[in-house]
Structure formats: structure tokens, C-alpha cells
Design a protein around this ligand. Structure first.
Ligand code: PHE
Length: 350
């Protein structure tokens, strides 16, 4: 672990263990230059502890870049809980996780992620102040979905010279909390939507709610000829194996860590596909959460305005990528690294 931490410059990795309840969790804090580390709590049945640690480290680092580009004053962190969210959740588990987080004294603030929801966060909130919460009636995944819509519009503008979704074909892979909300918004905007998910029951539900949606097999969704391929499931779906099979003009979706490795962004560029960097596009949830953490508290209109800025942020990333002939993911990295470096200098100067 120390080697990986050194390579990617993580500040802390905390392992949490409690035998009685069988809790095993990892909290990774990547960088707190811009502020306390923010990042969701992800609960999945990881095959091994090593897989869970790797995911925590990669996702925490992604959050640092996400916050830096989004203009949010937070660093990057993540909490990974090893377990099956369908069977292994209980009140005691989240109380305990809340106490682990409280002990970090505010260096890490948690929130919803894959496998956790607002109910779980309420329990955590009994034990710690360091958990993001939106006012009742607001869902964080809504803001993420609004941000992804902005990302899709900016990408369409870049490729076709029009940000109008009317008649555009979009394949949504993963119809969980963000993907599901996106399907609704895409249909409302006039897009022709196809979906895929390994959860058959979820697919049937969406197909009932929106009969106009077509259903694709999960293994083939990325090969479907569409304007926009929208990954909203788990990470690493863009690899040297899948990229040559893509038949889309744009990749723009909510999943974190879509690129299996760094070369993949160049592969996409060589294939003439516009890639909207995941951590730019999916920052809507973080932006809304950060808004709730201000002294005034959550202000819906301000949060929405900031989420909608994702459109313009992507425009500048596309412009930088064009000027310097670099992949869009590299352009986004540069913007993030510049902001962090400047703030680090400002802080050490005082
Ligand atoms: N899990 C979401 C993300 O990865 C939302 C989130 C942001 C959760 C910040 C906690 C903290 O962006």
C-alpha cells in the first residue's frame, strides 16, 4: 500500500475493523490542499481486500481531481465498505462507520455512493458531523444527473455544433440512482434512449415506466451505434479491449474511473471519439453536497447554477485539448493540477 500511496501521493489510508459486527472498511484520503477530503461511502462485495484498497485509493484520487475542476473547496477521499449492500447492512454497522469517521476529526466527510443511500447517511449522522446531507426532498443523485445532462449537451455542441438532444441516440449503461434519473431527463429532452443493466428487475421497471426505451444486453451496450454512450455503472469500462469496439461519437457518463488506464484516453482520441472526462461530468453531486456544507446551508438555486457550469468547464477542456493536441482527460488533469498547485503555494506563503 505504501508504494501505491507514494506513486499517487495519498495522504492517509485508514483500515477499519470490528470483529463482533464483522466490519471491514477502508478510508483513503488523497489530498486536502483545497479543504477537507470529500467522497462517498461505497459498499460492495469486493473479491479481496486488495481489490477494495485499490478501489479506495483510485476513487479518492478521482475525488481530488473532481473537486479541483468543479471549483469546490474540498480535497479527495473515499470510504470503501466490504460487504453486500443487499444483505449486510444494519444500523450497528453504520453507527460504527460514523464513529470511525468522527475520529478523523473532519479530515474526511462522507456521503452517498454506490451501495449506500440517504437512510444509511442518517444513521452515520447520529455519530458524526462529518457526513453531507441535503435538505429533505433533495436527492444528491438528481444533481449528478443534471450535471451529466450538461456534459452531454456540451459534447453534442462540440461534435455536431448543436447542444439539442432532440432525436439524439443515447445508450445508458447502468440504471442505478444516477442512470435511472438520467433516462427520464434524456427522454424529456427528446433523446432516443436505450438502456442496459445486469439488474433485470431494474431494467423491467424502467421498460414499464418508459415503453419507448429499448433494452440492450449488458455485455454489448458499448458496441451499440449511438451518438452518445453513457456509462453509469462501475468503472474501467473503457479499456484497450472495449475502445476498438465502440460505435459512438461521444462518451459521456456518470461512472467514476471509466478509463482502465491512462493510455485509454489517447486511444479514444485516435478513434475520433469525444470523451467527456468522467470526473468533470459527474461532479454535480459533489457540488450540491459542498453547497450544503457552507455556513448559510444549502441553497438550491446556487447549487444548480454551479452544477450547470459543468457545460462551460467542458467547453474549456475541449478547447485546451484542441489547442495542445492532448486528450481531453489530460486537459482536465492539467486544470485540476494547476488549481491545486496554485492553492498549495498560496497556503504555504502565509
Ligand atoms: N458519490 C458521489 C461522487 O463520487 C457523490 C459524493 C460526493 C459523495 C462527495 C460524497 C462526497 O461524486
Amino acid at each position: 500500500i505504501l508504494d501505491i500511496m507514494q506513486t499517487y501521493d495519498h495522504e492517509n489510508v485508514i483500515l477499519c475493523q470490528e470483529k463482533g459486527l464483522g466490519v471491514r472498511a477502508i478510508i483513503a484520503i488523497h489530498d486536502t490542499t483545497l479543504g477537507p477530503a470529500a467522497g462517498g461511502m461505497r459498499m460492495l462485495p469486493y473479491a479481496s481486500e486488495q481489490d477494495a484498497i485499490d478501489d479506495a485509493l483510485r476513487l479518492a484520487r478521482g475525488m481530488t481531481y473532481k473537486a479541483a475542476v468543479a471549483g469546490v473547496n474540498h480535497g479527495g477521499g473515499k470510504c470503501i465498505v466490504i460487504g453486500d449492500p443487499r444483505h449486510d447492512k444494519n444500523e450497528a454497522l453504520f453507527c460504527l462507520l460514523g464513529r470511525f469517521i468522527e475520529r478523523l476529526g473532519g479530515h474526511y466527510i462522507t456521503g452517498e455512493d454506490v451501495g449506500t443511500n440517504a437512510f444509511d447517511m442518517d444513521i452515520i449522522g447520529r455519530e458524526t458531523r462529518y457526513v453531507f446531507a441535503l435538505p429533505s426532498g433533495e436527492e444528491v443523485s438528481d444533481f449528478t444527473a443534471i450535471g451529466v445532462m450538461q456534459g452531454i449537451r456540451a459534447s453534442l455542441q462540440q461534435v455536431y455544433g448543436s447542444a439539442d438532444l432532440q432525436g439524439c441516440s443515447v445508450a445508458v449503461q447502468g440504471i442505478g440512482s444516477v442512470g435511472g434519473k438520467l433516462v427520464k431527463r434524456l427522454i424529456e429532452a427528446g433523446a432516443v434512449v436505450s438502456i442496459a443493466d445486469i439488474d433485470q428487475a431494474a431494467v423491467e421497471q424502467v421498460a414499464r415506466d418508459f415503453p419507448e426505451v429499448s433494452v440492450l444486453p449488458p455485455q454489448e451496450v458499448h458496441t451499440h451505434p449511438v451518438d452518445v454512450y453513457c456509462p453509469c455503472a462501475l468503472g474501467a469500462i473503457l479499456s484497450s479491449r472495449t475502445i476498438p469496439e465502440l460505435q459512438c461519437k461521444i462518451v459521456c457518463g456518470a461512472a467514476n474511473n471509466q478509463l482502465a488506464d491512462e493510455q485509454c484516453s489517447d486511444l479514444l482520441m485516435q478513434q475520433g471519439i469525444v470523451y467527456a472526462p468522467d470526473f468533470v461530468v459527474n461532479a454535480g453531486g459533489l457540488i450540491a453536497y459542498a453547497d450544503s456544507y457552507t455556513p448559510e446551508g444549502f441553497q438550491r438555486q446556487r447549487a444548480l447554477t454551479n452544477v450547470e457550469r459543468i457545460y462551460h468547464t467542458l467547453e474549456s477542456i475541449f478547447a485546451l485539448s484542441g489547442q495542445q493536441s492532448i486528450a481531453t482527460a489530460h486537459a482536465a488533469d492539467l486544470i485540476a493540477e494547476q488549481r491545486i498547485a496554485a492553492m498549495r503555494q498560496a497556503k504555504s506563503a502565509m
